[in-house]
Every structure is written in C-alpha cells, then in structure tokens.
Design a protein around this ligand. Sequence first.
Ligand code: NDP
Ligand code: GDR
Length: 370
Amino acid sequence: MSKVALITGVTGQDGAYLSELLLEKGYEVHGIKRRSSLFNTDRIDHLYQDPHERNVRFKLHYGDLTDSTNLIRIIQEVQPDEIYNLGAMSHVKVSFDTPEYTANADGIGTLRLLEAIRILGLEQKTRIYQASTSELYGLVQEIPQKETTPFYPRSPYAVAKMYAYWITVNYREAYNMFACNGILFNHESPLRGETFVTRKITRGVAQIALGLTDKLYMGNIDAKRDWGHAKDYVEAMWLILQQDKPEDYVIATGITTPVREFIKMAFEEVGVQVAFSGEGVNEVGIVASCTDEYHFAVGQEVVKIDPRYFRPTEVDLLIGDPSKAQQKLGWKPKYTLKEMITEMVAADLSAFKREQLLINNGFQVARQYE
Ligand code: NDP
Ligand code: GDR
C-alpha cells in the first residue's frame, strides 16, 4: 500500500516541488487548491492526471485554510498518513496590508488542521509538518540562528507563524501527535513567486537584458538572507516526517548574502558588472562593464531605490545553523547560491524571449510590476 499525503498550498512553489518528490517516492498525493476566477495551477499542471483515469495518484480538492468544515471533510475523505501544511499568505510585506487575513490563514489555519486530525481521531495515524519560518527570529537575538534561538517576530506574517509554531508544539505535547515544525530559511527557484526579491531580480535582469524594460526598483538592499534552493528544502520536509520522534528543525545553508550581492550575481549571469554608488535612498546600480550580447551600455543605471518597497519593520540579518538537520536527518543542501541564480536567470531569460517574440509579432503582452 502506498502512503497517502495531503498538501495544503499545493499550487505554491514548495507545493509543486514537494508533489514531484512524493510522487517519485510512490505516494498518492492529494492537494488543496483555492478556488480562483482564473486557473492557478501553472506550477503543477505537468503533474495533472485526468480524474477519469484509473490509478490516479495526484488529486486536487477545492479548499481553504480559513474554512474548517472543508478541511475536516477533505481529511476524512483522504485519511492521510502525512499532512504538509504549506498553505499561507506568505508575503511579509503584504501581511502589513492584510494582517487579519494573514493571522486567520497562517495562524488559525494551522489550528484548524490540527483540530481536524483530532476530531477525526487520526492523532496516531496522521503525521503533520508545519511550514515554520526563519522570519520567527526577526530582530537579531543571536547568530547563527538555531532551534533554541529566541523568537522576535517583526511582521504580522511572522506573528501569525509564531502562533502556528507553538500550537504545533502544543498539540504534539498535549495529544502525543507526530507534529513537527521545519524552521526553513529563505528558499527560492525558478518557481518562486514573482514578487519575492530573488525572482523580482532575476526577472528584472532578464527583462533589461532583452530591452523589455530599463531598470529595477528595489527596497532595502542591505538586508541579508540565507538563501537555499526549494528543491533541497522539500527533501528536508519529507525527512522530518520520516523520523522516529517528532521534533523541530532549522533548515538553512549557513551562508548569508546581502540583497545587493544577489543583484550583482544575477547581472553577472548576463555578462554585466554592476557597481553601486550613493547612499540610502539615493544609492544606484550602474553598469561598469558588459558584453554586447544583450541590451546594456556602460554607465547605464539599472538599479534604483524606491522606498515603496521598504517595510514598516525589517528583518536585517538571517543566517541559520543547520547542524541538527545535518546530524539527525542527514540533510545537506546540494545547490550553491551561484548554481541557483544561474538556473533562475536562465529560466527567466527563456520566458521573456518568448514574450519578446510575441511583442515582435505585434501581440500585446500584459505587464505587472511589483
Ligand atoms: P507560496 O506563496 O509560493 O505558496 C503559498 C501557497 O498557499 C499557495 O498554494 C497559495 O495558493 C496557498 N494559500 C494561500 N492562502 C491560502 C488559504 N487561505 N488557504 C489555502 N491555501 C492558501 O509559498 P512557498 O511555496 O514559498 O512557501 C510554502 C510555505 O512555506 C508557506 O507557508 C510559507 O509561508 C512557508 N515558508 C516559505 C519559505 C520560503 O522561503 N519560500 C521559508 C519559510 C517558510 P494560491 O496559489 O491560490 O495563492
Ligand atoms: P522575506 O522574502 O521577506 O525574507 O520572506 P522577500 O524575498 O520578500 O524579501 C527578502 C529581503 O529583500 C528585501 N527587499 C525586497 N523584497 C521584495 N519582496 N521586493 C523588493 O523590491 C525588495 N527590495 C529589498 C526585503 O526587505 C527583505 O529584507 C520570505 C517569504 O518566502 C516568507 O514566506 C518566508 O517565511 C521567508 O522568506 C523565510
């Protein structure tokens, strides 16, 4: 009998990579997707199986973390061995605009899942993974940040995730459930949402390279993040649920990089050296040297600061200590930051070359900037 997994947030970056991984491992995978007025399954369309066929191993259910009736019904129907709670309003900046909704989906949503397991009497059958985050560390208390580092959340998102973290620990202790937190540091990929900083940069670099736009407007480029590849990180999620004992783990690379350096590395992928000059909101990134393969000129201003992207409270420095995961899970990241940036820029270049082709042939292309 193959194991059965249920993934909330299946249409997101991690949901897509985790679905692939679990299907490869022979699982039957169920995912919860939200109803939307347009299709929102781009990242998992390649896994779609016609529900009319036999032996379908990938199934989607409509649902939402703000609706406990539907969570209880789906869990009752699916009887999962493992639940991965990846669904969330996951954008830190947007959580300042939608704080109540974020608390509901990210905080209480986790409680709804845990209670659903209990109401259905599945405490001893169903293991649950909670997508906790390095944002819990917020204002620096200690570096590198590890499982025992105190939390100091700095956004409505992080505060909601803090509730989710502790309610997961509480249900483990109170009801003897196999409930675990993965405290994952930032992880990225070509599937990363377009408004997170790494993808915004790699998309911007590709667009400027092809002459589709002329500069990138950025927020706080002094922030430092410990960036890994989502493909490596979903492997850790799975490992966390395969252990003998339920525990919480930090998943990180142990290396931190400023946003400014990420920008430089991304431009290097298209043969451009960027030099920064000026200070604060007046800082700019200028092309110091370039090849003639793309639309760049020496002296061109390619990066500017726009305070619109500043956050009311910022998380300045994240650097994780993955020792526990290395020792107990045998987990180690395979991708370097450079390899990941190469993959992301190449993917965005190829996507925008398609767009350029449409434009060159007289078609209009909708643009969204964030
Ligand atoms: P994404 O933003 O790419 O995906 C989030 C998913 O949650 C999407 O499928 C989204 O659906 C779904 N979702 C949003 N709101 C609800 C809701 N109310 N009910 C059900 N589903 C909902 O995030 P990632 O894949 O990057 O991250 C996965 C999880 O890990 C998130 O919980 C995130 O907070 C957490 N995390 C992420 C890290 C990272 O660096 N990526 C690091 C640490 C933690 P839709 O597609 O319809 O919008
Ligand atoms: P983060 O990711 O807030 O760490 O949360 P994000 O990529 O949004 O920001 C990282 C850092 O870059 C700075 N920054 C900008 N960010 C964005 N989005 N856009 C900009 O223009 C910009 N300029 C500078 C930010 O201020 C910040 O310091 C992500 C999410 O995936 C969370 O769900 C997850 O929990 C954490 O990572 C770990």
